[in-house]
Design a protein around this ligand. Sequence first.
Ligand SMILES: C[S@@+](CC[C@H](N)C(=O)[O-])C[C@H]1O[C@@H](n2cnc3c(N)ncnc32)[C@H](O)[C@@H]1O
Length: 390
Amino acid sequence: MRVDVLTIFPDYLAPLDLSLIGRARRQGLLDLRVHDLREHTHDRHRTVDDTPYGGGAGMVMRPEPWGETLDAVVASGAGVPHLLVPSPAGERFTQAMARRLAGEPWLAFACGRYEGIDERVLEDAADRMPVTPVSLGDYVLNGGEVAVLAVVEAVARLLPGVVGNAESLVEESHEDGLLEYPVYTKPSSWRGRDVPPVLLSGDHGAIARWRHEQRLTRTGARRPDLLPPSAGLLADGLDIVVATRGDLPELLVLQWACWVGEGRSAGSFDIPPLAETLDDLVGSLDGWTTWVVRSAGRLVAAVRGRMSTDDRRTWETGRLMVAPDLAGRGIGRALLAHSESAAPAGTTRYWVNTGARSERNLRIYRKAGYRLQAGEGRYPGTVDLVKRAD
Ligand SMILES: C[S@@+](CC[C@H](N)C(=O)[O-])C[C@H]1O[C@@H](n2cnc3c(N)ncnc32)[C@H](O)[C@@H]1O
């Protein structure tokens, strides 16, 4: 990637010679060039600013040095750069923007000072190249250089080869909208403070769950604005209600979304949950009781149950679904238990059916005490599982 920085303080960018970014430059992964605007002034005092038209405090950067420096930068390469203009009035810089910029071949930065750059510089540049004003945050710095240091570091570390262990980039704060979990290293006890025991347990599942909870807690405490409304939904706080006709269009969409993966693993999308229509769901409200869970208005999970029509002692649970982003929190288990608890007195066993290759569902049902029945299940490619009702 090529990066050009236009500034009246070239020395401000010296830190980009250090550490990983400096190494990336030496390895040729990052071609960073810093340009002194004053090289393109033509008066004795090398003037880059003047008083604002219309009056007001402070000075504004004159357009001529900017125009000439940008012309020289553009002439020195093939194509045009994407011009980023640090400004407190710009688009907020985020990890998502860093990712987008890391995919571009050539970036240029225009570091403003004083009250900013004459607006015509940006208009003139926009005739030739993409121009994006970028803000580091809702505060005012003295100049764009500090913003450039931050943006270049955030972008360059995403370039292949710049950070040794690429996996470490995946779990970081902001990569998936949550803040990172707390991290610890040796010694395991320091000044009377112990590392959370789960991290020493060797149980990778438990560690992953603990880290996920920590991310949610930390994000909720420090940056609640980042949390999607459903993120805090936990199995023990579910509001499970009987579905009405008004729920069914959303329910159908969730059902299709949840069973596409099943269809793929079964090698066929010709399976009942995907074949079902809205009319079928309306019809199902007759024989089945359907329950849904909503979070911040969004329908995120559902299940249905009924007494078997063949034998009046088996309680059947079906269409157990949880939105993919909320999987792994015990919501499915809670809904299964809810359906079982609705079975009338005299029920001797609970029945469920799932794809023969649906490893995840099979695991959940086994964990809930269900045993696989021999042979094919009620539908082609499925298996039945049952559990004694006590
Ligand atoms: C003193 S500021 C100018 C502020 C300008 N008068 C305004 O209110 O929008 C000088 C320069 O610092 C840089 N700057 C200040 N705050 C920034 C921020 N939050 N993000 C990015 N750049 C910033 C910009 O390059 C800006 O041109």
